[in-house]
Design a protein around this ligand. Structure first.
Ligand code: ADP
Length: 334
């Protein structure tokens, strides 16, 4: 999972930040999001206003954190970063909000995993730039309204559908990030290769881009692994042949599916006759958390036509059977 799983390793995190684009102009792909967001920011600058709150949704590694940093940079504003799971109590949120400075960008990752009371505090803060601080307990408790500086909330979530309506409605701009096409990924890995000083042939970079599951984070990770391979097992140049051998070694197949992706499809086909199988049963059989299967593996498998989510469970498509080199039993779904 080390190729795909975000965060965890501090070295990987550092390598990742070094490759982050820092302006909208440097942010490749997602042309519509880029144009729309560019306009939102420009209008705010014109009016000398704090930009509207922004909600970014989409699978991990597509650039949500990067965009939050870009928004702050483009507005010349400081950035404060936190995440839903880190905010256990409304008080944690009150402390952050009251410590913001005017115009600050507050990036709240995994916003769908915030506690309920914190969420309610956030409504008021987003709308009226105010928090109610509760003093005392029981019948004597009083809420003291506290003004907070105007700020821009940038919320990120893997799926906008997980957010309660009232929260979603308080964002002035919502962007759904989609998987990147191969052309954009090729430019992204080419830029990254130049930044890390890797000597690469265009075909080698194209091979990496093709096998990156439409995800810049994975493209950058694969680039670093292929470069390791080129340095240790070849003459240092990242050619198509080197990329292919390295990616085979890391169990990334020719269309970019990794071990978890294939594990999910194999479990559905081999153990559950092609499905339908429930998400939690499926997660147990591949030894992963349900969220990992649902938010990391499935979006790409669905989008590439290998898997369907039905009301009765997950179903493998004929394409999945074919990709695994298996023959569906007569009467298999799909
Ligand atoms: P998310 O927050 O959606 O999980 P990140 O913003 O952390 O994703 O992006 C992961 C990595 O992918 C970053 O380190 C960045 O270098 C790279 N990346 C993401 N989007 C782009 C892009 N549009 N252009 C270039 N690199 C990108």
């Amino acid at each position: 999972r080390d190729l795909v799983d975000p965060e965890q390793d501090p070295d990987e995190r550092a390598a990742e930040s070094a490759l982050r684009p820092t302006s909208l102009a440097d942010f490749d792909g997602q042309p519509r999001v880029r144009d729309q967001l560019g306009l939102v920011l420009e209008a705010a600058r014109h009016r000398d206003h704090v930009p509207d709150h922004v909600l970014l949704s989409g699978p991990p590694g597509l650039g949500k954190t990067t965009l939050a940093m870009i928004i702050a940079a483009e507005m010349n504003a400081p950035l404060r970063v936190s995440s839903g799971p880190a905010i256990q109590h409304a008080g944690d949120l009150a402390a952050i909000l009251s410590g913001l400075v005017e115009g600050e960008v507050f990036f709240l990752d995994e916003i769908h995993r915030m506690s309920r009371p914190a969420e309610e505090m956030l409504y008021l803060a987003m709308e009226d730039f105010r928090v109610d601080v509760v003093v005392g307990k029981g019948p004597g408790a009083t809420a003291i309204p506290l003004e907070i500086p105007r700020f821009t909330l940038v919320g990120a979530t893997t799926r906008a559908g997980l957010l309660p309506g009232p929260l979603r409605d308080r964002f002035g701009f919502t962007a759904q990030l989609d998987f990147y096409d191969t052309d954009a990924l090729e430019r992204i890995v080419a830029r990254s290769a130049a930044l890390i000083g890797a000597e690469a042939e265009p075909e080698g970079l194209a091979e990496i881009a093709r096998r990156s599951r439409g995800t810049p984070r994975i493209a950058n990770r694969l680039l670093r692994r292929v470069r390791d391979y080129a340095q240790v097992r070849a003459d240092g140049v990242l050619t198509a042949a080197v990329a292919r051998s390295a990616l085979d070694l890391y169990e990334v197949d020719e269309i970019g599916l990794d071990r978890l992706d294939r594990g999910v499809l194999e479990a559905i086909c081999r153990r559950f006759g092609g499905g339908p199988v429930g998400l939690s049963t499926l997660a147990i059989s591949v030894g992963e958390e349900t969220e990992t299967v649902e938010e990391v593996a499935e979006p790409f498998l669905v989008r590439e036509g290998f898997l369907m989510r039905t009301p009765r469970g997950r179903v493998a498509t004929p394409l999945a059977w074919q990709h695994l080199g298996l023959t569906p039993p007569a009467g298999a779904p799909g």
